[in-house]
Write a protein that binds this ligand. Structure first.
Ligand SMILES: [Zn+2]
Ligand SMILES: [Zn+2]
Length: 139
């Protein structure tokens, strides 16, 4: 069964297009800025409401990072995990899967049956690592 078709007005279409073309997991505010570059006079409420509708209809995924951070929007609606850079805040998709042995061990040791998972790995992206190294060698 497919989700009810969302009627796409030009403004809603622009919101969907912006998210579909963004692989950096933008916040609602960033989506709004990008939509406004294409369609003049779009209200923030329209963009936010459209994002909620797109999430509800399964066309866009919502990504919750740390507590207190703005929700991110993801054009990739398939199961995948994220690499979150603690330096620049960049969020990248990763399809590297958790080892089946690790999941089996978890089930056994923690008496917890894993039905699914959504991992956010926190660390430094390649660019931040390069910057860190440059800073170190400059000292
Ligand atoms: Zn970074
Ligand atoms: Zn993603």
């Amino acid at each position: 069964m497919s989700a009810p078709e969302l009627r796409l007005t030009p403004q809603r279409r622009a919101v969907l297009d912006v998210v579909a073309e963004s692989d950096d997991h933008p916040t609602a505010g960033q989506v709004l800025d990008r939509v406004r570059e294409r369609v003049e006079g779009v209200g923030a409420a329209t963009v936010y409401r459209t994002l909620a509708l797109l999430v509800e209809s399964g066309q866009v995924a919502e990504l919750r990072l740390d507590e207190g951070q703005a929700l991110r929007y993801d054009q990739n609606i398939h199961r995948h995990d994220h690499l979150v850079c603690t330096g620049c805040g960049q969020v990248q998709d990763t399809h590297v899967r958790l080892d089946a042995d690790a999941l089996a061990e978890l089930t056994e040791k923690m008496s917890f049956t894993v039905a699914g998972y959504d991992v956010q790995l926190h660390g430094r992206c390649a660019r931040c690592v390069a910057q860190d190294k440059a800073k170190e060698s400059a000292q």
